[in-house]
Design a protein around this ligand. Sequence first.
Ligand SMILES: *[C@@H]1O[C@H](CO)[C@@H](O)[C@H](O)[C@H]1NC(C)=O
Ligand SMILES: *[C@@H]1O[C@H](CO)[C@@H](O)[C@H](O)[C@H]1NC(C)=O
Ligand SMILES: [Zn+2]
Length: 437
Amino acid sequence: MASLHCRHFLLLHLIILTATSLPFPLEQDTPVSRFQQYLRIKTAHPEPDYSSAVSFLISQAQSIGLQYRTLEFSPGKPLLLLSWIGSNPSLPSLLFNSHLDSVPAEPSKWLHPPFSAVRTPDGRIHARGAQDDKCIGMQYIEAIRNLKHKNFTPTRTIHVSYVPDEEIGGSDGAAKFVHSMDFENLNIGFALDEGQASPGDEFRVFYADRSPWGLKIKANGRPGHGSRMYDNSAMENLMKSLEVISRFRESQFDVVKAGKAANSEVISVNPVYVKAGVTSDTASGFAMNVQPSEAEAGFDIRLPPTANPEEMKRRIAEEWVPAIRNMSYEIIEKGPIRDDMGRPLMTLTNASNPWWLVFEQAITFVGGKLAKPEILASTTDARYIRQRGIPVLNFSPMSNTPILLHDHNEHLRDTVYLKGIEVYETLISSLSSFIEA
Ligand SMILES: *[C@@H]1O[C@H](CO)[C@@H](O)[C@H](O)[C@H]1NC(C)=O
Ligand SMILES: *[C@@H]1O[C@H](CO)[C@@H](O)[C@H](O)[C@H]1NC(C)=O
Ligand SMILES: [Zn+2]
């Protein structure tokens, strides 16, 4: 009796301890609560908690009997791969990709703490990563869970990947993954990766990224007294470059303003820093009467897949930063611009691409509408997969949703999230059953 009594007491005590030590009240295990759990893992840079995210996803995979393995191309940066083996595993497989990491958030600017995943009474789930892109990461799993309940058997094998470091360029994540034997062996025929929210009724879909370049230009010239006008000072040389670059920027922007192209279809050039001057203790911080011998500027350049990178390099070397003006430059290419066969990094969205037709039909089947396919203005890991010659669509099923990726108060409505699971159920079942004629 006594010992029994004692055990009861202990058990009760344990339950109370567990309940009170949890940061959030015990919740039912539902698709939304599982999404909230994933959102609460602090995966923001600069110190993303990859191991907790991977452990959580593995527990989800185990709960629905999916195979899993982690790959590590860089120490401390795991990549999780889930697999559902098809009945005909010799057919090219499907890849559903998302990234584990998020951009940082400034908690003081948020209505709710960014990693609380608070659901407000109107159904908005607030968290960093709610749109970018933990939503799709969990929707893939929930869709597979539902398909398994319905005893669906895929013909093609389905892989779901969770990659690290997308938000900081992917060089230790997707970039290394796509060049590994592990990737080669997956024999991927088609992939989906993150897209964008859409404020309207239609889902947005993207067939290409733009390739980002960082351009640093530096001018050297004779220093001299601030009162003297003479040729070839560093600042004069830099200013000449800035004029030429501004004209090119305007020529591209004019096309957009005239409505002849979307923002993402032209080459964007934006100055991001200018560095010059001889520092001093004066009020301005600079010696106003000294013309410096060095001046530097930096630009963010984005090239659509239709741009010719060689032509762009020639323009930079000959027109923007000519060596005869004592100038030098450095281009930092952040990812590929052509695929392994030298083709532009874009996925066809017409009848030439059978995957596109299956995708389009599946969206119609679930009652969704698709906007005209677009080029994504920003950059995702899809470019690395396209580099291997694999067709990829960027897609996140978020219609009637404000675009809040990387913004304060990022959130997603529960109804939109749940509809997205249904969309992926249809996409996964039709894509995995598709047999080419
Ligand atoms: C290049 O630099 C040298 C050495 O500072 C200078 O003599 C020359 O005038 C400069 N030329 C131009 C075009 O700036
Ligand atoms: C699909 O688009 C590509 C590129 O624009 C084009 O070359 C091809 O002929 C198109 N195919 C069909 C069937 O329309
Ligand atoms: Zn993202």
